[in-house]
Design a binder for this molecule. Structure first.
Ligand code: UTP
Length: 784
């Protein structure tokens, strides 16, 4: 075993980077190291290393050169063990010889040439062995160009603008791929027309939205509107005339359509029928499966010959329309496609986008594309018009309302004036990262309709759409205005997104990005597109996550992040906040009250308000804070063990102050102390309490009882430890709450700094990391 394969994790666990597994403790680590998988990978790594050492990297030969011709040439220097060529057979080849000696012989020759063409021959670069777990083969994936191939091709061009164009060229469909998809669709159309008279089968999504990449899924919409009308008319005629409509009967005799009434059936029922037709009657299709529980129910299938995967949906007219919108955007300016391709690929490489099986907590590609469109609407001289601007250019024939949403825009861009913006792709890409690195995600909603970021508080209140599902990133669909297209992503993905934006933004300022390397190093977008290693996928350690303008994060700080959550607020508060600019301050005040409540009343810590850092609070406020919250707890160490009776009185005084005007502003700091190991054994006590009170195990036992339960758990721990002598606190620390940045962010941050160094602090902080954000949310929900 190489020591460097194993790294310790918190709480006594380990990570084996060779096999990419986590081991909870030393015995499992020892078993793992002796195990088959680890041993096999060690041996594969050794073999690969030897193979790499015996190989040379060759480029510069004529396009179309065969494997055999290259073998022939290098045979002069010894036995050629293997030749691997790039897919296009023109870029490079890796020639593996039988021994290192033969490689030395090849490299000692100053000049190589084949058919009059000068060859470039060099040592094969050492590539760290990386285990990629076998996954179910994704049929789209097999045609993807790998990173080595891509970076080689991108490094050959002259500048960054050309790199973006090259990437597009390497990824987009060939004519035959496009043709194949059309053929599959017409085959399905032909068969479906037999069973669903007058139906239409339409492609949408990346197969046709101008952002196609090799092997991408086929999204199909089965339009049954005409079929439904046809079926309704046919049965009405049959009823009134007392005879069966001959045509309808002949079409649907022992046909599936006679078993189902399209007008009253659910999407799931119809899709079951669609799946049956697809399975039994469409040639070359297999692995048909109706997935009816998803937000958008679909029938999945695979086209055997090509390996292409398809999804058929029936209630998705809006998607067909927004696909046309993306086509229009791509046609309006030649910079749109290379930018979208590059950014989508960057997001995929950094595990930010592209949920492999549909659902998941990453961004979908549609959301990433909308982010690029919004950015282009927001250049000082806009490159793309807003949806409202486009609507102005629409004619009578372009008017379109789907499910009540206005989807009007011109069918082609001929009437839209070209932009005068002349920014190059290199600059635009760098600006994209800069634009979004400084964005307030949780506090705003991105609207492509008017090209503006609106405050979330504009979306609440009497006239706004209540269904909008707020999340850490809010991108309003340009047509279905109640839909947040990034509503599926979680806080973790959002944080990773911001971190990657920061990194990309920083890198784009370097010369390495802007200029082609003369030393054959990776340059330009190549570095941006480097895949993220598995360890980079986890959230960043708290301190580096939470940098913010004006806040220096020194080493050793521990941060908790409390994002603005509209859903915690009562209807009354939401109404009050409607359109207000100061909702961040209101949120901050609520978080501060909740923090104190959780620390004192639930965790039974002692907290003492300190004036250090509380710079922006005026004297009157300090007095009221002192009255409301400062217990007489200061002793020589600064803190006194809390008295449960005082606690109750305290809690009710807190409750009172919570309804009053904001008390907390600026940076607020408390000195706190924990006297017992209140973080140990909570789960067990929680289970016992739930068993006794017959509460369900899930968290839906109610917010109030949940806060109460947590307080009872702490009390139970205190009782267990009653007899142990605790004359001094176990952990003392400072809690400082502050808002991030100016108007760029709406999160409240809580910095937790140990006063005395203690190993217990690390354990305690781990507990706080998951406990505090959840409890604060519950607390705000309860109190608001
Ligand atoms: P995808 O996110 O899969 O985008 O959504 P894509 O461009 O097809 O990229 P691939 O398939 O991942 O390569 C597919 C289509 O579904 C609709 C859009 O029409 C999009 O083009 N869609 C997706 C929505 O209408 N709303 C959503 O929230 C997501």
């Amino acid at each position: 075993m190489s020591e460097s394969d194993i790294s310790p994790l918190g709480r006594g666990g380990f990570h084996c980077s060779l096999c990419d597994v986590r081991l909870p403790n030393s015995p499992t680590l020892n078993d793992h190291i002796k195990g088959k998988k680890h041993q096999k990978l060690l041996s594969v790594r050794r073999t690969r290393k030897l193979q790499q050492e015996r190989s040379v990297f060759v480029s510069g030969f004529q396009k179309g050169m065969s494997n055999l011709e290259i073998t022939d040439y290098f045979q002069k220097f010894g036995t050629v063990a293997n030749v691997i060529m790039d897919k296009d057979k023109g870029l490079y080849a890796i020639v593996e010889m039988e021994s290192n000696k033969e490689v030395e012989k090849i490299l000692s020759l100053p000049q190589h040439s084949m058919n009059g063409q000068k060859l470039r021959v060099k040592h094969r670069e050492y590539k760290e062995f990386k285990y990629i777990p076998k996954k179910k083969q994704d049929p789209g994936e097999k045609q993807f160009i790998d990173f080595e191939e891509l970076s080689w091709a991108l490094c050959q061009v002259v500048d960054v603008d050309e790199q973006l164009k090259k990437l597009l060229e390497l990824f987009e469909f060939t004519d035959s791929e496009r043709m194949l998809r059309k053929l599959i669709v017409s085959l399905i159309q032909e068969v479906f027309s037999e069973f669903f008279p007058s139906c239409k089968v339409l492609l949408f999504g990346s197969s046709v939205n101008a952002f196609d990449i090799h092997g991408c899924d086929m999204d199909l919409f089965l339009d049954l509107e005409n079929t439904t009308t046809y079926q309704a008319n046919a049965s009405a005629t049959a009823e009134t005339e007392g005879v069966k409509d001959a045509h309808f009967e002949s079409q649907s005799e022992d046909s599936i359509l006679s078993d189902i009434d399209l007008k009253i059936s659910t999407a799931a029922e119809i899709l079951e029928v669609v799946a049956t037709v697809l399975q039994k009657c469409v040639p070359g299709v297999h692995k048909v499966q109706a997935v009816t529980t998803a937000r958008l129910p679909v029938v999945k299938f695979i086209h055997k010959e090509s390996g292409l995967q398809g999804d058929i949906s029936i209630n998705n007219r809006l998607a067909v329309r927004n696909t046309t919108f993306l086509q229009l955007c791509a046609s309006l300016d030649p910079r749109v496609r290379p930018l979208v391709y590059t950014i989508r690929h960057w997001a995929k490489q950094k595990h930010l986008a592209g949920n492999p099986f549909g659902g998941g907590s990453l961004m979908n590609n549609y959301a990433v594309t909308l982010l690029v469109v919004f950015f282009l609407q927001n250049r000082t001289t806009p490159i793309l018009p807003t949806v409202n601007d486009l609507k102005e250019h629409a004619g009578e024939e372009d008017q379109c309302i789907i499910d009540g949403w206005d989807c009007t825009f011109p069918r082609n861009g001929s009437k839209i004036e070209a932009t005068t913006n002349t920014e190059g792709l290199c600059e635009l890409l760098a600006e994209f990262y800069k634009f979004y690195a400084a964005f307030d995600y949780a506090g705003t909603v991105i609207s492509l309709r008017d090209g503006k970021a609106h405050l979330v508080t504009d979306f609440i209140g009497p006239d706004s759409d209540k269904q909008f599902r707020f999340g850490p990133i809010n991108i309003q669909d340009p047509f279905e205005l109640s839909h947040n297209v990034s509503g599926n992503i979680n806080e973790r993905t959002a944080q990773r997104f911001k971190r990657q934006l920061d990194e990309a933004c920083k890198y784009c300022r370097s010369l390495q990005y802007q200029r082609k390397s003369t030393k054959k190093k990776a340059w330009g977008i190549v570095r941006l597109l480097q895949p993220l290693s598995s360890t980079d996928c986890s959230p960043a350690p708290s301190p580096s996550l939470d940098h913010s303008p004006g806040k220096e994060m020194s080493h050793g700080e521990n941060m908790l992040s409390i994002p603005f959550k509209l859903l915690c607020l009562s209807e009354q508060t939401k109404k009050r906040l409607h359109g207000s600019q100061d909702f961040r301050e209101v949120w901050f005040d609520k978080v501060c009250h909740a923090v104190l409540y959780v620390m004192e009343s639930i965790l039974k810590c002692s907290c003492s308000y300190t004036e250090e850092n509380n710079t922006q609070i005026n004297n009157a406020e300090i007095n009221s804070l002192d009255e409301a919250k400062n217990k007489e707890v200061k002793i020589s160490s600064g803190l006194k063990r809390p008295n449960p009776e005082e606690e109750i009185a305290e809690t009710s005084s807190n409750k009172r102050s919570r309804t009053e005007a904001p008390l907390y502003q600026g940076e607020v700091t408390w000195q706190c102390a924990v006297w017992n190991r209140i973080w140990i054994g909570r789960r067990k006590i929680r289970r016992q309490l739930r068993y006794r009170t017959n509460e369900s195990d899930s968290d839906n036992c109610g917010i109030i009882s949940s806060l109460e339960t947590e307080a009872k758990i702490t009390e139970a721990i205190l009782q267990q430890e009653e007899n142990s002598d605790k004359s001094s606190p176990l952990v003392t620390f400072r809690l400082s709450a502050f808002l991030v940045g100016g108007n760029e962010d709406t999160r409240t941050m809580i910095r937790v700094t140990p006063i005395q160094d203690s190993t217990l602090f690390v354990e305690f902080f781990h507990f706080l990391e998951s406990f505090i954000p959840k409890m604060i949310e519950k607390c705000i929900e309860k109190s608001d």
